[in-house]
Design a protein around this ligand. Structure first.
Ligand code: C2E
Ligand code: CA
Ligand code: CA
Length: 565
């Protein structure tokens, strides 16, 4: 037991010791003596503060002795006297955080009492922590590339905005904006060009008054614009027009979908889904446009989803089959081969043609398993025909751009060749110009590899896309298929289509390619094609696509097995 404890008095030396210990602390400490009135603390007197406290606190405070003298300099929000009372009565008290205007700093204050009922106040400057917190929240809610609010912030804001609108009886328009062809921009011009476009878009969206219109980068190349207090749909159209025109000036094309609360729905989740559906309709309908959501879009969308899930089961249950359409040499009439054409037999809908489901399979990526199935089945059939019927022609198989783009495509097709021990010179791969759109170099390199493996290569639907004879020379092709739309017109009186077709056949033949006329339905067409020295005919006139059994009947010598018109 020390002397101080025994008689409640401390020596000068002890006080000096105590002060030097407190001064050694880096956090500011203040010791105050409470002044009570009927058991309530009504003031306190500063008894001691350490060096760290002197450093922290603005010097104007240092001349004061009593709380009532300097309380106006403290944060008025903090109930200092109540805190003192609590502490003195042993009531638990959380540290208090406050901002001091005088020292322009944030403080965390912890108050304890000494054994002789003095208040020991520990003051910590937490401005740095606060600043870090602020930066963290800012990055948590802002997109680093564009500086716009991000998706987190949208999620945080959205329900509150909807509740406000509901409460005030106002409308909100939600606009989803998606940059057209962003993938192409990134692929062709590089990621930094893509970033630049995102930044410029954000900058244009950021020009709106944030009280009225809040913009967010929703992710990737998608932006969400929320229009508060929508007076009329016209005002929303004005806004989208402004966005559209400002972006156009910067050569940025966008598509967008708009849904309106509460007109379309009161559910935030549905509202968001509806803008997405409307945006996709805008894209599908040719891009560069904004569309308001309509219930019909939802119906089509649901139907599509239904079709997609059906197609997924069709892949699992192998509800597909191939038909084969014969091709003949125009001069000799000898069978050249067959084109494999896929069909889908659905339990409820019956037979569905590829024109309906292939585009959807491409959209969903299901084209990959379907495409592999087609190759596998066609190779198997080819092998069987060669062995059983001595078939010596080619089987043509259609390949989607997406399939060719798959990095493993060449290896996969090699494995299939080995599996069926098929000679690739009996297989013709049909591609369309769509293959060149995204990455021409990759497409050409894949075509070369196919060629090296020994496959024949043919360009399908020539004349429908941006067909140009100049790039035909760059592609390692064997065959050119002239689209049905050309053949349809070759009997026209004005002779325009006929002349073009004639010129194409002549030039392409000079390049050493074989020409196939597709969709030949009339004898007159065939006659003209023969005059033009087109090599091969494929069309209903000479043979429609047929199931395997019928083809085999034909291959075994029954010429009447052919289906024609
Ligand atoms: P395509 O490759 O141009 O195939 C020719 C299409 O024209 C076939 O339609 C064929 O039945 C049709 N056709 C042939 N001759 C005539 C004719 O004289 N008159 C008329 N009106 N039509 C004729 P289909 O089988 O409906 O195929 C449509 C398209 O679907 C194909 O066009 C092809 O692009 C795609 N496709 C078919 N099978 C596959 C496949 O296995 N994989 C991929 N990726 N696409 C396929
Ligand atoms: Ca084809
Ligand atoms: Ca074609």
């Amino acid at each position: 037991m020390t002397k101080a404890e025994s008689d409640n008095r401390i020596t000068v030396m002890e006080v000096l010791d105590f002060m030097s210990i407190l001064n050694a602390f880096s956090s500011p400490i203040l010791v105050a003596k409470p002044i009570k009135n009927e058991n309530r603390t009504e003031d306190f007197e500063l008894a001691f503060f350490n060096d760290a406290f002197t450093k922290q606190i603005n010097h104007t405070l240092l001349g004061f002795r009593y709380y009532h003298e300097f309380k106006d300099y403290l944060s008025p929000d903090v109930p200092w006297l109540d805190i003192a009372d609590k502490v003195l009565n042993n009531i638990p008290c959380e540290p208090v955080t406050y901002y001091s205007e005088v020292s322009e700093s944030w403080f965390r204050v912890e108050v304890r009492k000494s054994y002789d009922d003095y208040l020991v106040i520990n003051l910590e400057n937490i401005s740095k922590e606060k600043e870090q917190d602020r930066k963290l929240t800012e990055t948590a809610y802002h997109d680093t590339l564009t500086g716009l609010y991000n998706r987190n912030r949208f999620t945080e804001d959205f329900n509150g905005f909807l509740e406000n609108a509901e409460f005030n009886g106002t409308k909100i328009a939600l606009i989803l904006i998606d940059i057209d062809n962003m993938k192409n921009i990134n692929d062709l011009k590089g990621l930094s060009a893509g970033d630049e476009i995102l930044k410029r878009t954000a900058e244009i969206l950021g020009r709106f008054n944030p009280q009225k219109i809040t913009s967010y980068r929703f992710g990737g190349d998608e932006f969400l614009v929320l229009v508060h207090n929508v007076a009329s749909l016209d005002s929303v159209v004005n806004i989208t027009d402004t966005v559209f025109e400002s972006l156009s000036l910067e050569e940025i094309d966008v598509s967008g979908g708009i849904s309106v609360f509460p007109d379309n729905t009161k559910s935030g989740e549905d509202l968001l889904r509806f803008t997405d559906i409307a945006m996709h309709c805008a894209k599908k309908g040719g891009k560069k446009q904004f569309l308001f959501f309509e219930p019909e879009m939802q119906r089509v969308f649901v139907q599509k989803l239904d079709m997609q899930s059906k197609m997924t089961s069709a892949v699992m249950e192998s509800s597909f089959y191939l038909e084969y359409q014969p091709q003949f040499d125009i001069k000799t009439g000898i069978l050249r081969g067959f084109e494999a054409l896929i069909r889908w037999k659905d339990k409820e809908k019956g037979i569905i043609g590829p024109a309906v489901f292939i585009p959807m399979a491409e959209e969903t990526g299901l084209i990959l398993p379907i495409g592999t199935w087609v190759l596998n089945t066609a190779f198997m059939t080819l092998k069987h025909w060669q062995e059983k019927y001595g078939f010596s022609g080619v089987v043509s198989v259609n390949i989607s751009p997406m399939q060719l783009k798959t990095p493993t495509f060449i290896d996969d097709i090699k494995l299939l060749l080995e599996k069926h021990s098929v000679n690739p010179s009996s297989v013709e791969i049909e591609i369309t110009e769509g293959i060149m759109i995204d990455d021409m170099n990759d497409a050409i390199s894949k075509m070369r590899q196919l060629k090296e493996l020994g496959f024949k290569l043919s360009l399908d639907d020539f004349g429908t896309g941006y067909s140009s004879l100049s790039y035909l020379q760059m592609l390692p092709l064997d065959t050119l298929k002239i689209d049905k739309s050309f053949i349809n017109g070759i009997t026209d009186k004005d002779g325009v289509q006929a002349n073009i077709t004639n010129a194409i056949i002549t030039m392409v033949s000079k390049m050493g390619l074989e020409t196939i006329a597709e969709g030949v339905e009339k004898p007159e067409q065939l006659k003209i094609l023969k005059e033009y020295n087109c090599h091969i005919v494929q069309g209903y006139l000479r043979g429609k696509p047929m199931p395997v059994a019928r083809c085999e009947k034909y291959l075994s010598g029954d010429k009447s097995a052919l289906l024609t018109i």
